[in-house]
Design a protein around this ligand. Structure first.
Ligand SMILES: [Zn+2]
Length: 302
């Protein structure tokens, strides 16, 4: 009798776990349920990641996906999981591959990012974007319908806390790490951190002239100190704090090498020709090493 009960229990739990994993898979390729009610969409190793979090009072999205087709898939996935509205859409940066598809989700979503985000987005916006994309395929033509620039409705300064339903979202500004306004989002109860593009997953980042490597290192340290269980970066699949260690190692070694070569009297051009980072040869986007050497050169010659 007892063993029958045990068997029934095992079968029920097996059925439940199968049902749960089937539910996550139903959202389509690239979607991962990282915790209860928290889903990421990472199409591949380098394309923009976008995510959504379900609360009792509605949905919070993180970034609006790169392609309008991805955004439409995202909207369909959210509707499969919940009938609650998207209340907030938080941007982790200003660049178009994270922000250009707000129109798919807003209204109803209220868009949020740090001060300066709207100005940066206006500067980057290409009014011919919808027209250009529509020519590429019938699917894109459909997906760009209604396309327009929507800048953040709310711009916070330094820090912001959002309480929605049972969840808390702590937003903090990451200074000089990637774009004009980079926001990390921390869910302290769930121990999930959305880390923006201070780090990605095994990828050499395109460091623009505004990026300051010591500020990047400080932001990696700050994010690691939160002790998250899961880290979702701006691009690539969900990972752990190991990304912070990897990028810290990368920039520390880069600064050392550029510093040593500069001390030997080498010019920036010579360093760019000679410097190699074989320890990170398997990272994506090796062609961006030059921009990283530029940023390191500025630190060394300060
Ligand atoms: Zn970016």
């Amino acid at each position: 009798m007892k063993s029958h009960f045990k068997l029934a229990f095992l079968l029920t739990s097996l059925f439940l776990s199968l049902a749960i994993s089937a539910a996550a898979q139903d959202l389509g390729p690239g979607f991962t349920k990282i915790k209860d009610g928290i889903y990421t969409f990472a199409p591949d190793a380098t394309t923009t990641t976008c995510s959504f979090i379900v609360t009792q009072e509605g949905v919070v999205m993180i970034d609006s996906c790169s392609s309008p087709i991805h955004s439409r898939n995202m909207l369909a996935a959210i509707k499969k999981v919940t009938d609650k509205p998207i209340v907030f859409l938080i941007d982790t940066e200003t660049h178009g591959d994270h922000t250009a598809n707000h129109y798919v989700f807003s209204p109803p979503a209220t868009v949020i990012n740090h001060t300066g985000a709207g100005a940066a987005m206006r500067k980057e916006y290409n009014p011919k974007r919808a027209e250009t994309l529509a020519m590429k395929s019938a699917e894109l033509r459909e997906a760009v319908k209604g396309e327009r620039l929507i800048v953040p409705h709310i711009e916070y300064k330094d820090r912001m806390t959002i309480n929605l339903g049972e969840r808390t979202f702590e937003l903090f500004f990451l200074k000089n790490v990637h774009s004009e306004a980079d926001t990390a989002i921390w869910l302290p109860k769930e121990r999930v951190l959305f880390a923006a593009s201070a780090a990605n997953v095994r990828r050499i980042l395109n460091l623009r002239p505004s990026v300051v490597i010591p500020d990047v290192l400080a932001s990696l340290k700050l994010m690691k100190s939160l002790n998250p269980e899961i880290v979702v970066t701006g691009h690539g699949p969900a990972t752990t704090t190991k990304v912070f260690d990897e990028y810290e190692a990368f920039y520390t070694l880069l600064l050392k090498r550029v510093g040593d070569m500069a001390a030997q009297g080498k010019s920036l051009d010579e360093i760019k020709k000679e410097l190699k980072m074989p320890e990170f040869a398997d990272w994506h986007d090796q062609a961006r090493l030059g921009a990283n050497i530029d940023a390191a050169w500025k630190v060394v010659n300060k």
